[in-house]
Design a protein around this ligand. Structure first.
Ligand SMILES: *[C@@H]1O[C@H](CO)[C@@H](O)[C@H](O)[C@H]1NC(C)=O
Ligand SMILES: *[C@@H]1O[C@H](CO)[C@@H](O)[C@H](O)[C@H]1NC(C)=O
Ligand SMILES: *[C@@H]1O[C@H](CO)[C@@H](O)[C@H](O)[C@H]1NC(C)=O
Ligand SMILES: CC(=O)N[C@H]1CO[C@H](CO)[C@@H](O)[C@@H]1O
Length: 207
């Protein structure tokens, strides 16, 4: 009974998170040119459907501009990373009493890794906002390094869960582990897409 109610709360939380990104969609009415630009750009991404659906609400804001596209993708990655960190913190707190030491430390490490990602993404966004012609190469190289680092943080977080709690875990424990993994996996996909768009922006300027 207790396990059921926890999972209900978690699912409600997941629903809430997915609703926040949908709200902007209704406030926008993008024209076909700007929508096509998102679609075409997302061809460089590994997770194209996610790339398109997550950036579509910002099509008018991006207005077919490659720098705005890259910054928006980073903005989106930052907000997804923050909400996932919040989610992992919530699980860590909610299940405090029933976690094995190994699971508790995996959750704690994961929260730290998400915090590193938040710093790396914030730095990337502020550098990109201040970019100019002479600083372009250096800024883009930094941003590529930082976004790659964020992707590594997410991998490290997931590896922690793969290693933890190998034996003797109950159903609820596995359920929570899978929920965390699902969230982190989504962030990793969104980060990977942002990196592809950043790389695309960086390469168009080099020619
Ligand atoms: C679409 O909107 C952009 C601005 O976001 C504008 O520059 C462009 O001309 C519009 N295209 C069409 C076909 O209306
Ligand atoms: C990114 O987010 C900030 C606020 O968090 C906003 O001011 C800015 O306009 C956004 N940039 C783009 C290109 O979406
Ligand atoms: C370009 O940006 C760099 C780093 O922010 C700054 O040091 C430099 O003065 C800027 N150059 C121009 C021409 O604005
Ligand atoms: C993720 C994101 O950028 N969401 C934006 C949706 O629109 C509101 C209001 O216009 C912004 O405050 C959010 O940042």
């Amino acid at each position: 009974m207790k396990i059921l109610s926890i999972s209900l709360v978690l699912h409600l939380l997941l629903l809430q998170v997915s609703n926040t990104s949908a709200t902007n969609q209704t406030t926008n009415n993008p024209n076909q040119t700007d929508v096509d630009y998102i679609k075409t750009s997302c061809n460089v991404a590994l997770y194209q459907t996610l790339c398109y659906s997550s950036l579509y609400p910002y099509a008018s804001l991006i207005a077919s501009s490659p720098d705005k596209l890259a910054i928006t993708a980073l903005n989106l990655t930052l907000s997804e990373t923050k909400s996932s960190r919040k989610f992992v913190k919530f699980i860590s707190h909610r299940r405090q009493g029933s976690l094995t030491p190994r699971e508790a430390s995996s959750l704690k490490d994961c929260i730290e890794e998400m915090s590193d990602s938040v710093y790396e993404l914030k730095d990337s966004i502020s550098e990109m906002k201040a970019i100019n012609y002479s600083s372009f190469e250096m800024v883009m190289s930094d941003v590529q390094t930082w976004v790659s680092a964020a992707l590594t943080d997410e991998d490290t977080c997931m590896d922690g869960f793969e290693e933890a709690g190998g034996g003797g875990g109950g159903e609820a424990r596995r359920e929570v582990k899978d929920l965390v993994r699902k969230r982190i996996d989504r962030v990793a996909r969104i980060t990977s897409n942002a990196l592809a768009l950043v790389n695309m922006y960086a390469s168009t300027h080099r020619n």
